[in-house]
Design a protein around this ligand. Structure first.
Ligand SMILES: [Zn+2]
Length: 473
């Protein structure tokens, strides 16, 4: 007879990336210590009868408290962003420590840690963003940071203050290969977007809707193929993030069929929204609530994304949570004097860290498009593997952190701004009907959210140093 458990989760159905089975889970000191048909004598018990017991959600793509080029303040800091994440069934999030051009990457990472310290409700770990690949950054700072556990970083093929040219991309890819870091690519063709933007503005087409035309799927397809080609030339695995539609997805499949190590991520906005949402009520600023890059596409692309989620083209489903305010002169809406002159000034990004899992569960699992096992893989196990957190995170096995989300597959809810915990003053998913809801979030054995009520303490969420990406194996 083993020592008593601190906590037993009893009577539920355990779901992993590969299996589902009826068993009890025993937890001691924040770690899973037993999985058995019957566990008795724990200090505390949770009755999970009728519930699904899944690995806690890992959102591998969120933006919190990031500096912006125009000084726009993001709607979430670490406290509100991770509180919102926890309420949405997540136990770990990975935001980006962004290098501000002209500054030291290491200093940016240190400053970002200071912002997170003592503020988090979920566990966190940082990707890096490389915006200024100087010899100092590529030769010294980045290699040292990778060795310290920052084993993934993002680069951008667009945005004036972030874009890397092809020569820079190739150099950065070489560093990723040498240091065994996973490089994440925002693939949209910068010059094509700028050209389209100019032409649209000349025609007086400045409403938020035209963001979706300027950031055309063809520009995303071209950049996706270019990133894949650069990765092939430098022989390095890449992760193409936030893939929006059929065209870029086909480029990824083209590479995967040829055995290239091209990984891909997609997001809720590409299965739950279309470009028509950017029209708002009558080509008005309500459409600004849906401005993100890449933008949502059309029904054909939604169908394509579902195929990719089913067949394994996409291994990761993240939110790309990038929260702004809608109201106010600093917001994305009509009160922002610059945004009124052109869609190109509308801050790019939508909130979604709290709605990611319910949307995929409802639209995917409840509607029979993906299995529960695939859901667990896409939202927790695969990101843990690809970002060096596995098997401490993303796995329900003995010895793993007891990061667990209990789901009621029958519970029906409606997404409303009122019930969410994020900092933004709106949700792009207002009124969406959901079947299947996270009813309890457990982080390292502690219930941090129960029935939408946040019980966890600010600061219980801890920074997680990561190992090498599974993509480098
Ligand atoms: Zn991006």
């Amino acid at each position: 007879m083993s020592a008593p458990h601190d906590l037993a989760i009893r009577g539920g159905t355990i779901v992993t990336a590969s299996d589902r089975f009826r068993a009890d889970l025993g937890i001691r000191d924040g770690v899973i210590t037993d999985i058995a048909s019957r566990i008795e004598g724990a200090k505390e018990e949770i009755d999970a009868t009728g519930l699904m017991v899944l690995p806690g959600g890992i959102d591998a793509h969120v933006h919190l408290a990031q500096p912006t080029s125009d000084g726009t303040v993001m709607a979430d800091d670490f406290a509100s962003g991770t509180r919102s994440a926890a309420a949405g069934g997540n136990t770990t999030v990975l935001p980006f420590a962004m290098q501000v051009k002209g500054t030291s990457l290491r200093d940016c990472v240190t400053a970002y840690h200071a912002q997170a310290e003592g503020q988090c409700y979920t566990d966190v770990s940082f990707h890096l963003v490389i915006s200024d690949p100087t010899p100092q950054v590529l030769g010294q700072e980045l290699p040292a940071l990778v060795r310290d556990g920052y084993t993934s970083f993002k680069v951008f093929m667009t945005y004036d203050d972030l874009v890397l040219n092809d020569a820079e991309l190739l150099e950065v890819f070489e560093v990723a290969r040498r240091e065994r870091a996973l490089v994440m690519v925002h693939a949209e063709g910068h010059d094509a977007i700028k050209h389209m933007t100019r032409r649209l503005e000349e025609q007086g087409k400045t409403a938020p809707y035209y963001h979706a035309e300027a950031h055309h799927q063809i520009a995303e397809r071209e950049a996706t193929h270019r990133a894949i080609s650069h990765a092939q030339l430098t022989d390095v695995p890449v992760m193409i993030v936030h893939v929006s539609g059929r065209d870029p997805m086909e480029q990824i499949q083209w590479a995967q069929k040829r055995g290239m190590k091209v990984h891909a991520e997609t997001c809720p906005q590409y299965i739950a929204l279309t470009r028509d949402d950017l029209k708002g009520l009558n080509m008005d600023f309500e459409g600004a609530k849906y401005v993100c890059s890449p933008p949502p596409r059309d029904i054909d692309s939604q169908n394509a994304i579902w195929e990719g989620l089913r067949d394994g083209t996409f291994e990761v489903f993240s939110s790309d949570h990038c929260p702004f305010f809608f109201e106010g002169s600093d917001g994305t809406g009509k009160d922002n004097p610059r945004a009124r002159t052109s869609f190109k000034w509308v801050p790019n990004g939508i909130p979604g860290v709290e709605t990611r899992l319910p949307i995929l569960f409802s639209e995917g699992v409840s509607k029979g498009r993906i299995t529960l096992e695939r859901f667990a893989a896409l939202t927790s196990t695969n990101p843990a593997k690809l970002y060096g957190l596995y098997p401490q995170k993303g796995a329900l096995v003995i010895g793993a952190d007891a990061d667990i989300t209990l789901w009621d597959p029958a519970r029906e809810e409606v997404i409303t701004q009122e019930r969410l915990h994020h900092g933004s003053d709106y949700t792009p998913y207002e009124g969406m009907q959901i079947k299947g809801w996270p009813v309890r979030t457990i982080l390292r054995g502690q219930t941090i959210v129960l029935d939408g009520v946040v019980l966890g303490a600010k600061g219980f969420g801890a920074y997680q140093t990561r190992g090498t990406s599974g993509a480098m194996a």
